[in-house]
Design a protein around this ligand. Sequence first.
Ligand SMILES: Cc1ncc(COP(=O)(O)O)c(C=O)c1O
Length: 429
Amino acid sequence: MNTHTSEDLFAKAKDFIPGGVNSPVRAFRSVGGNPIFIKKAKGAYIYDEDDNQYIELINSWGPMILGHAFEPIEKAVTDAVKNSFSFGAPTRREVEMAELIVSMVPSIEKVRMVNSGTEATMAAVRVARGYTGRDKIIKFEGCYHGHGDSFLIAAGSGAVTMGVPDSPGVTKGVANDTLTAPYNDLDAVQALVDANKGEIAALILEPVVGNMGCVLPQEGYLQGLRDICTKEGIVLIFDEVMTGFRLSKGGAQERFGITPDLTTLGKIIGGGMPVGAYGGKAEIMNCVSPQGPVYQAGTLSGNPIAMSAGLAMLHYLNEHPEVYVQLENTGTKIVEGIRQILTKLNLNYQINHIGSMYSLFFTDTPVTDFSTAKTSNTELFGKYFHGMLSKGIYLAPSQYEALFLSTALQQNHIDAVLAANEEVLKSLQ
Ligand SMILES: Cc1ncc(COP(=O)(O)O)c(C=O)c1O
């Protein structure tokens, strides 16, 4: 495979951009080698600067759930562009967007648009602190909520991939206000709550984790957290930046039937444009400025082009429930196919899967939290990653990430993904 153009671009990028990339995992550090530079994508395929074609299993880390350059979204954006790109003033589309989100996500009564998942989580925690008058938050080891200071404690995703789950530059004061617990361990949360009575403003988690690889909540876990939060007056925040509009129309909360107090959204909500949102109970959201005293603002928040893309995406998902049936089927076919290959090859690697998200962990230990995720052989993963890439399958370049499937994947793509898995896993034995 010729990747010379990507190599040249990366060499130049390193002169001008820290590490040559604008987001760390893109640098391929944990899998070795040079990142490929992307030129374009359409449907289930992504193409690099050397014109290599790959089947897409990341989909921009989630947003492209309907495949790349999906026509209704493309049209919404090209139509919107004709009316200028930003006003910094209210628009009709923001009202439509808010109304649609409230109708789709069960727990959201009021919502505020922002520009990224990171902004959404930072604001949600600030609102929870303003609402409760408390300072501390609980987060979970290996969960990633963007790069806000409060969250770079035992963080997953790129932070763990780069070996900096606790980032320099986060003050001791901020770090002291972030308490961490292992995922899927209710007793650990109860112990933290007991030791910090009346001091915890919020508990934030990914209801299904994508950022230590895909990890599912165990039976009763989400309900247990809901009960603790209700009893202790703690704001329960579901970070559904990955799972929102993916695991069902109403996200993980609809799928598991649990109602959080606040929800953070990103990725799919922008249809590929930079959008995030946070919302929830009206009583809490009424604390947000200008209605309440908790300040949060944004020059480009509710940007008309981004809203047009997001609205086209959400309308499509809302009006086509069959999308979720197709995504379930595709996920099941790929994961069951890989399971059969593992059995055939006598390998006991773990696959965690829900709907259109999955991860193959190179460990024999069932992965239920961060410490079990870390039993994975990351060197072997790196070899698997490059083997798959050379066979034209584009995976996330880290063991600690989930894969995100799209409706553009058809049976021929599924067959190709499974054939590549069989060949590569065999070659690693
Ligand atoms: C669960 C979760 N929350 C928050 C974020 C941060 O979103 P963004 O990268 O848009 O700032 C991410 C990003 O991957 C995420 O997965």
